[in-house]
Write a protein that binds this ligand. Sequence first.
Ligand SMILES: Cc1ncc(C[n+]2csc(CCOP(=O)(O)OP(=O)(O)O)c2C)c(N)n1
Ligand code: SF4
Ligand SMILES: [Mg+2]
Length: 297
Amino acid sequence: MSDTQQNRYMNGNSPSWCPGCSYFTVLSALTECFDERGIDPNEICVISGIGCSSRLPLFLNTHGMHTLHGRPLPVAIGSRLARPDIPVIVATGDGDLLSIGAAHFVHAARKNFDITVICLDNRLYAMTKNQTSPTSPIGYKGSLTPYGKLSAPLNTTELAISSGASMVCRSCAYDKAHLKKMIDAAMNHRGFSLVDVIAPCRTFGDHEKEITKRLYDLQTKDHKFDDRESAMRAAARVYDSDSDENAGIPVGVVWKRDDMLCFDDQVKLVLTENEGKYSSINDILDEFRPGRGNVTQ
Ligand SMILES: Cc1ncc(C[n+]2csc(CCOP(=O)(O)OP(=O)(O)O)c2C)c(N)n1
Ligand code: SF4
Ligand SMILES: [Mg+2]
């Protein structure tokens, strides 16, 4: 793609990330993906929380919102429900999504809202200058843990699958072609999709060499992504899940089911079952307005 084409998704603000930050590649993969899909900037919405990773929508010429730390999902769900015709992407970090935002993540996945979450996981809080995050490995020495992190890391892909997400992918910011493929596949999916991106922080923890040589693509390995046992086995393999630090880290579509009804489809079912009574979800919501039907003041 030419610069000009990609730039129609950029608003002219220069990304304020450190030189060499892996997030540049995520931004580039996302805009190239929009371009290849022929998306009008006016027909897509990118929502984030707070963190270096959550700065991503600040550079885009699309609809979007830079919300509160940990709260991109409630805002994304609201946007999706209000404008089901506009696809919603969430750009978030491991701290934003899995610390303060963890409950939103679990329940958004469980309810299978039709949104795509891209988690830029650098395994630390970068914006606040290197504290441990839920995905930091045991022993990680952050600015507030000089003796090393004591608790075990949380596994994002496992958590997403067990919470009820209908599509879970893993990719790495150091392989843009693969990342683009995963974002595109997640956007094609109807239901809650997660793209868990290994996206190291150049300033506080750069693991480029060690990571790239360990990645292998599940889609070249006869992986059964619709089989829960196979998916959980692949999800379990992350950076530090193995005592062998050279062990492979699988990337690709880890889990995908097309037979899990997303929230929108469940609402449609209710409307069909109550044909004649309601013509849209607003008619149902009207019954809950003060002084009406189901609500007493
Ligand atoms: C309610 C609230 N709590 C804490 C903070 C401070 N804070 C800002 S960004 C951040 C962590 C960001 O980590 P992550 O989401 O992993 O993003 P990264 O900077 O690593 O890309 C924290 C704790 C805040 N802004 N608001
Ligand atoms: S501190 Fe790390 S994550 Fe934040 S912009 Fe710099 S390199 Fe990227
Ligand atoms: Mg982080």
